[in-house]
Design a protein around this ligand. Structure first.
Ligand code: SF4
Length: 328
């Protein structure tokens, strides 16, 4: 993979960005929980990309390193300060004095009062689809008292749109499918840490989060529905794994993180390159009604939403669908 530094990121930050401590697993027929959430096209074609042909800019690593840094510090906080923090928060001594991070089976057997704090625990499970056995693995963030917690470092916009709620639900479902003995609650409790929260906006908008963090419970699919989803995804991988690009289903608008189409009304149909007379966000009918109110004069132009996922996609170099949105 070729590395670039197009934004001149300084040495101290560049060294931090290049420090990848994630324990990747490279085994045939291994699929991670997060990979199962990706589109079939992305999953199939990313395996065909020759690594040497890939290019990555240091700035592309910022989001994942910030996320990893928060996860690391949360684990450190539990290990080094968990008891003191719970005491300050008013938990009974019988609870905080018995917390143990990732206890061994022996520790659990020896202390009936133990309060396990499960952090970054990886689990595996095998599943056989059409005669082929796959290994599914995943590492959840935290499980406390049967409840699954997952920290997401993201924009307020992403939370407000709620477009990833189904992914959050399925991600939680897969972790529960992998750890049915630990995860008992029906929800995944998303712990948002907003990267772009603004105090001024929080004052005037009731929908806007009141602080930089927010807990957001999302109901998970049942274990049966989760397993059906996993089987379906694997079946698609088998079916399309060796087919040419043209025969692999296209990524959907949702998988492309495509923005909404915006409709603009221009009173002069010959001048649609400048400022519109009026914008109608996503409501085409409203735009058409407005034009009708002007005696049918003018024109309504649709501006398709921007495709964002391709820019972050490991299949980019091998994918022809992306050529529909990006001119080389
Ligand atoms: S490059 Fe874009 S269209 Fe192609 S697989 Fe990735 S997200 Fe889908």
């Amino acid at each position: 993979m070729r590395l670039t530094n197009n934004h001149g990121i300084s040495l101290p930050l560049a060294v931090w960005l290049l420090n990848d401590e994630y324990d990747y697993i490279n085994e045939p027929n291994y699929i991670s929980a997060t990979s199962l959430l990706k589109s079939t096209r992305q999953l199939v074609l990313s395996r065909r990309v020759i690594q040497e042909d890939r290019e990555m800019d240091l700035s592309d690593l910022l989001a994942s390193r910030m996320g990893a840094a928060i996860h690391d510090s949360q684990e450190k906080a539990w290990r080094e300060n968990g008891q003191r923090a719970m005491m300050k928060l008013g938990y009974p001594e019988a609870v905080y004095s018995n917390i143990v991070v990732n206890p061994t089976p022996q520790q659990i057997a020896e202390n009936p009062a133990i309060v396990p704090i499960w952090i970054e625990k990886r689990a595996f499970r095998e599943i056989t689809v059409d005669g082929v056995t796959y290994k599914i693995g995943g590492k959840f963030d935290q499980v406390i008292d049967g409840r699954l917690f997952d920290t997401k470092t993201t924009s307020v916009y992403s939370y407000l749109l709620g477009r990833k709620d189904n992914d959050y639900a399925m991600q939680g479902g897969i972790y529960r499918w992998l750890n049915p003995d630990l995860i008992k609650d029906e929800h995944i409790f998303i712990q948002f840490v907003f990267t772009d929260w603004q105090k001024a906006r929080a004052r005037g908008d009731d929908n806007y989060p009141s602080t930089k963090t927010l807990e957001y419970p999302v109901e998970m699919p049942s274990i049966t529905d989760t397993e059906n989803y996993i089987r379906g995804k694997i079946r698609e991988l088998i079916r399309y794994g060796n087919l040419p690009d043209e025969q692999i289903p296209h990524c959907t608008d949702k998988e492309l993180w495509k923005g909404e189409t915006i409709y603009k009304y221009y009173s002069d149909p010959n001048k649609t390159s400048g400022r519109a007379t009026r914008n109608f966000d996503t409501d085409k009918a409203e735009a058409a009604a407005y034009m009708a109110s002007k005696g049918g004069k003018g024109v309504v132009v649709a501006f398709p939403g921007e495709v964002k996922a391709c820019g972050y996609c490991p299949a980019f170099n091998a994918c022809k669908q992306k050529d529909l949105y990006f001119v080389a």
